[in-house]
Design a protein around this ligand. Structure first.
Ligand code: BES
Ligand code: ZN
Length: 631
């Protein structure tokens, strides 16, 4: 039920209107002499931090699995800056009431619904710096994925997880949903007594007796990092300050796979300074989790598709851990600056894995990443937004999710590799360490970064690099350092031999690991006959691979070559796994032919309910899906 917005005095409504139209300062938060903090203009939030900004959240919520609803209160401490209102973001929430710190009812209005949800504007008497919003989530809240027992590993109990990045937190908490605004939070969460709740905060390691849990995040974080998971969870340590949560049947497997987590934290600290968040745990979610990983502070959310059984896909943990510096400590102030989060994180991830697994490993993952970048840029070039291959994005009027391609990741990484090669590692490392310290617990824009970069590194070291081209222009600049891998040279030779007609068993594949196989599969020639596909599969057993990356790369080839024998497995994989990175290329490849399109629609019809809203949205778009059609 959505309550009608209350009537507000005309002057108040006018002030809101004016506020919503005006531009704000474009720099990262700066405190001026009157103690007014200015914020970057974020076109993806209705919040008006120039008027009042939330500094702390007390969340008190109940998780109702029967109604698939979260209900409760969000109480905010505010920093008043100017004006007489505070504006929050909401999307699909039912706002029941708003109460002021003195217990009186507040006047509030709900703005028009846009693609970014609705503004909730609360009138504030002078000096009032506390509000409580009573609310419940709507049907199909986009952040929430409610899973039936059948969709879990253990098949016994239901499961819920949230996904906040980029702008989905507003679908489960009324909040100032801009990455430029940071808050601390406490939460009291009640869940069915048979389930355990964990958050991006201090966490329990055992189930409570009554389903009541209390959480604290005492560091200021952007609210896309507020996260909750509820399920029949177990916990197992992997070190003194690291561990894994997972469903009971998965927890031992996960602890084995992530045995290096503690070493990763140590390697990261050695590079760029102390880990500032206390514990670092990972939760392995059911396979419908739409991402590989999500860097929720203190508790990375991860897909089970990295449980390969040989620890070969754990670079993803290094990546999410690296976000504890790049992203969570120093955050993109707006989604246009997303490359500051991801480009730095990919660089940092490679430094961690190089420390643990060596240069050859790193060369291979760098080459694969560069291949992804080239493929992605080729797609972007022919899309509605060719300018999306610039590092700095312009996502005005668009869902920020649309700009989240490989570009901020891999082109960002390429830029940092270039600078590293120009100044040398010791100086670059010292710079990065200083950067994380200088901007710790702040959200910054690309411009702020560039100014700091010039001042602290490029000018003193007399480094010439065309930042304007690298950051603001589409495409790959000519001075990019193209990564190479000696391991892959040997793989390329085998690809050549296979192309020349060699049987699969004649290929020299001894000692190949996951990355060699991915490289091999990506470079198979087009137009392979069923007989040759049979030969490959009989020799290398791709269809039955327990490694999701190898299986996904193989299935892509199966679709390309219309290898019908693998379609059963394809259906099974697409139905079980909701990780968008795997889904998109497979469906994309399917729809290139009429026959494939029929199959895609058939599979999507039954698989769609298993996908999280972010995967659904991308696929609805790709497939032109209309609810109710094709079932
Ligand atoms: N923060 C991202 C996930 C994300 C990005 C969520 C944009 C919502 C919007 C996370 O750190 C990430 O990059 N995950 C990657 C894995 C990584 C190893 C490249 C993924 O999920 O594939
Ligand atoms: Zn990331």
């Amino acid at each position: 039920m959505r309550r009608k917005a209350q009537v507000v005095p005309a002057f108040f409504a006018l002030a809101l209107l004016a506020a919503c139209g005006s531009d704000q300062a474009t720099e990262a938060p700066v405190v001026n002499s009157r103690q007014i903090t200015t914020y970057a203009m974020d076109k993806h939030s209705f919040a008006r931090p120039a008027e009042a900004v939330a500094t702390h959240l007390d969340l008190d919520i109940h998780v109702d699995f029967d109604k698939k609803r979260i209900q409760g209160t969000a109480t905010y401490e505010l920093k008043r800056q100017s004006g007489d209102s505070v504006v929050f973001d909401t999307d699909g929430l039912n706002i029941e009431s708003v109460t002021l710190g003195d217990g009186s009812k507040a006047k509030f209005t709900m703005g028009d619904t846009t693609f970014m949800g609705r503004a909730l504007a609360v009138a504030l008497p002078p000096g009032m710096n506390k509000v409580t919003i009573a609310y419940s989530t709507g049907a199909d809240a986009k952040a929430l994925h409610w899973l039936s027992p059948a969709q879990t590993a253990d098949k016994q109990k239901p499961f819920l997880f949230t996904q906040g990045e980029a702008t989905l937190t507003r679908t489960w908490i009324p909040i100032q949903d801009s990455p430029g605004i940071r808050i601390t939070y406490n939460a009291h969460v009640t869940v069915p007594a048979e389930l355990m709740a964990v958050m991006s905060a201090t966490n329990p390691q055992e189930r409570s007796t009554d389903g009541s849990y209390r959480f604290t995040m005492d560091k200021p974080i952007p609210c896309y990092l507020i996260a909750l998971a509820v399920g029949d969870l177990g916990f197992k340590p992997t070190g003194t300050r690291t561990g894994v949560y997972a469903e009971r049947s998965v927890v031992d497997t996960a602890a084995w796979e992530f045995a290096d987590t503690e070493k990763m934290v140590e390697a990261a600290e050695k590079l760029y300074g102390p880990y500032r968040w206390g514990r670092y745990d990972v939760i392995v979610l059911p396979p419908s989790f739409p991402f590989g990983g999500m860097e929720n502070p203190r508790l990375t959310f991860a897909t089970p598709t990295i449980l390969a059984g040989d620890r070969s896909l754990t670079a993803l943990i290094a990546h999410e851990l690296a976000h504890s510096w790049s992203g969570n400590l120093v955050t993109n102030a707006t989604w246009n600056d997303f490359w500051l989060n991801e480009g730095f994180t990919v660089y940092f991830e490679h430094r961690i894995t190089e420390e643990l697994y060596g240069k050859d490993y790193n060369d291979m993952t760098s080459v694969l990443g560069y291949q992804d970048l080239l493929d992605n840029i080729a797609q972007i070039d022919t899309s509605a937004h060719p300018e999306d291959s610039a590092l700095h994005l312009d996502l005005t009027g668009r869902n920020p999710d649309d700009g989240m391609t490989d570009v901020p990741y891999e082109k960002g990484y390429a830029l940092l590799r270039l600078i590293e090669s120009k100044v040398g590692r010791p100086k670059f490392d010292a710079f990065l360490r200083g950067y994380f310290d200088h901007f710790a617990f702040q959200s910054i824009t690309t411009d702020t970064f560039i100014a700091y970069f010039n001042k602290e590194l490029l000018v003193p070291e007399n480094v010439q690099v065309d930042l304007d081209t690298w950051i603001f222009k589409p495409g790959i600049p000519t001075d990019v350092i193209v990564p190479v891998s000696t391991n892959f040279e040997q793989v390329d030779m085998q690809v050549t031999r296979f192309k020349g007609g060699s049987a699969a068993k004649g290929l020299e594949t001894k000692g190949w690991g996951t990355f060699q196989w991915i490289h091999f599969l990506r470079h198979l020639p087009a137009g392979l006959t069923a007989k040759r596909m049979d030969d490959l599969d009989a020799t290398f057993h791709f269809t039955s691979s327990g490694n999701s990356e190898i299986l996904a790369a193989w299935l892509e080839q199966c679709v390309k070559n219309d290898y019908g024998k693998a379609y059963g497995k394809l259906d099974e994989f697409l139905t079980m796994v909701g990780r968008r990175k795997f889904l998109m290329p497979l469906y994309q490849e399917l729809i290139t032919t009429e026959k494939g399109k029929d199959l895609a629609m058939k599979i999507y019809g039954h698989a769609r309910p298993n996908y999280h809203s972010v995967s659904q949205r991308s696929l609805d778009d790709l497939l032109g899906w209309k609810e109710g059609a094709g079932k």
